[in-house]
Design a protein around this ligand. Structure first.
Ligand code: FAD
Length: 495
């Protein structure tokens, strides 16, 4: 998405040699994806043309996985089949949570096994250098990346400062990558603001929404982030004002976010702010909108908020923020997700005797997601907003691509992006890419031990024969069989 004007790229990297081509019809002398080669040997992406994107089609597996080598395809397929085999995952999870991991030799054995299987599949590397190499391989395949460093939870200002340094380092590292191979930076506000303060600020903002006369001396005017349908049960009594120390800490949080936005602006890399729990989301949205007001200029957003479509109030919140931004002349951007905190949200609400803030059925969540997508695409078509459709759901992919076509949103329109996690929904990612859309993969990176909770969540999601990876397993098996047949019969050869 970011069209970085002066990338300090590694000019000598051999971009033209795409090692992962599966079809002999694409020879090494042809730059991948129609990239053009400059006299000095570097390869640049073509200037985006506004030709329309085609529809999403996952039937032609040869075309879908044409940039993926057979070895890579075999590894991915094997990992997904292993993850889908419940007993393997359950045994792994049991061992990880048991006292067995305290024994050094067992721990070492588990970490090594995980590193060469699930970790390699779902993560980009142990450090920014390894992650950059993964990102470059993706870029050769026509996808872009979003580097996501696995961070410690912030409890105090020191840990917030340490996390900020890591965010800044990650953004800085993208300067040395091929231009436009990185689409976004991302941040979790709970990593740069103590979680207790996010809770306090959210309480005060909720009370202010209910009682507009309630005075908050530190509050800036922003786009609205609550509606009357938002969950208010987190704040059952009038909260105390922020103490002087809390106000100072809030100021420090603003400064950290501003520093990160400034770095993103200088790097010409938009920033995606993650959505978290409803208990702290008002403070996250408030901080995000403050930053958006300061940084979203010249028709393109630098700061993107996140909308979780599983929340009953999501569409209304998104619409009112978008319309307010339009009135203020601020380009607004959202990442649209379904939401990841389903069980804890439901548990908290029911423990307090309230209805869940989440739609009563998955069908309603799907409908809300597709509805929010249509709303944002209309805005994209008019040029007033940008959206990142972060989903692994094939149906949502189809709905979005059809709507984009209907609205004439052309190839290379930077205001529409799709995103999936590394190792998830590969078929969808490649299908969207070959239909002409811009697709990014989220690339979590960090030491194996640190990303273990992330890996356990991915293992849980992909466990079972009917899990999230079903479609990918089917598509990959189909393509592997096709390549095997072609190799035996001597048709199109494969690498
Ligand atoms: C690039 C990217 C960035 C993300 N960033 C965030 C983020 O900032 N914040 C965040 O919260 N999540 C984030 N997520 C996770 C996302 O919210 C989803 O958990 C995940 O992507 C699965 O949803 P899906 O759209 O892929 O759809 P599907 O693959 O169709 O998944 C549907 C899932 O939705 C859940 N669900 C939602 N509503 C209901 C309901 N009413 N009843 C039952 N189940 C329901 C179920 O767990 C179900 O498995 C991100 C995901 C991606 C790919």
């Amino acid at each position: 998405m970011a069209m970085r004007s002066s990338p300090k790229l590694l000019c000598n990297l051999p971009y033209i040699v795409r090692s992962l081509n599966s079809s002999s019809s694409i020879v090494a002398t042809v730059p991948p994806l129609g990239l053009s080669e400059k006299a000095d040997g570097t390869v640049v992406k073509p200037v985006a043309v506004a030709s329309p994107c085609s529809t999403l089609n996952l039937d032609d597996v040869e075309k879908l996985f044409k940039s993926v080598s057979t070895v890579q395809l075999l590894r991915s397929s094997l990992n997904l089949h292993m993850a889908a085999f419940g007993p393997v995952v359950e045994l792994g999870m049991w061992v990880m949570r048991s006292r067995l991991v305290e024994t050094a030799i067992i721990r070492e054995f588990i970490l090594t096994t995980v590193k060469h299987t699930f970790y390699e599949h779902f993560c980009a590397g142990e450090n920014v250098e390894e992650a950059s190499r993964t990102l470059q391989r993706l870029w050769n395949d026509g996808l872009t990346g979003i580097l996501d460093y696995s961070l410690e939870d912030a409890t105090d200002n020191d840990s917030c400062d340490r996390n900020l340094e890591e965010f800044l380092k990650t953004v800085d590292s993208t300067k040395f990558l091929p231009p436009s191979s990185v689409s976004f930076a991302c941040v979790k506000i709970s990593a740069i603001c103590p979680i207790s303060l996010l809770g306090r600020v959210s309480d005060l903002l909720r009370w202010k929404h209910k009682d507009p006369t309630f005075y908050l001396p530190w509050k800036r005017d922003t786009m609205p982030f609550l509606t009357n349908a938002s969950p208010f049960y987190h704040t059952l009594k009038r909260p105390d004002p922020l103490t002087a120390e809390e106000e100072k800490d809030l100021q420090l949080t603003h400064q950290r976010l501003m520093k990160l936005c400034q770095k993103c602006l200088e790097t010409n890399l938009p920033l995606l702010v993650d959505a978290e729990y409803t208990s702290v989301q008002p403070a996250i949205d408030y901080l995000t909108y403050c930053a958006a007001i300061d940084f979203n200029k010249d028709g393109f957003p630098i700061v993107f908020g996140t909308i979780q479509a599983y929340l009953k109030d999501s569409k209304q919140r998104m619409v009112q923020a978008t319309e307010a931004a339009e009135k203020m002349g601020i380009p607004i951007g959202f990442k649209l997700v379904r939401g990841a905190y389903l069980s804890s949200e439901t548990q908290i609400a029911s423990s307090l005797g309230f209805c869940s803030p989440i739609h009563g059925s998955i069908k309603e969540t799907h409908a809300c997601y597709n509805d929010c997508t249509s709303f944002m695409l209309e805005k994209v078509a008019r040029g007033s907003a940008a959206v990142v459709l972060a989903t692994h759901n094939l149906e949502s992919g189809k709905v979005a691509t059809m709507k984009a076509q209907e609205l004439g949103i052309g190839k290379g329109n930077e205001k529409l992006q799709f995103a999936q996690l590394k190792g998830m929904a590969e078929g969808l990612s490649y299908g969207l890419k070959s239909a002409g859309f811009q697709v990014s993969k989220y690339l979590p990176f960090g030491p194996v031990e640190k990303v273990m909770p992330y890996l356990l969540r991915r293992a849980e999601e992909n466990k079972g024969l009917l899990s999230a990876s079903t479609l990918d397993r089917q598509l990959m098996s189909k393509e592997l069989k096709r390549r095997l047949k072609a190799a035996i019969l001597g048709g199109k050869t494969t690498k």
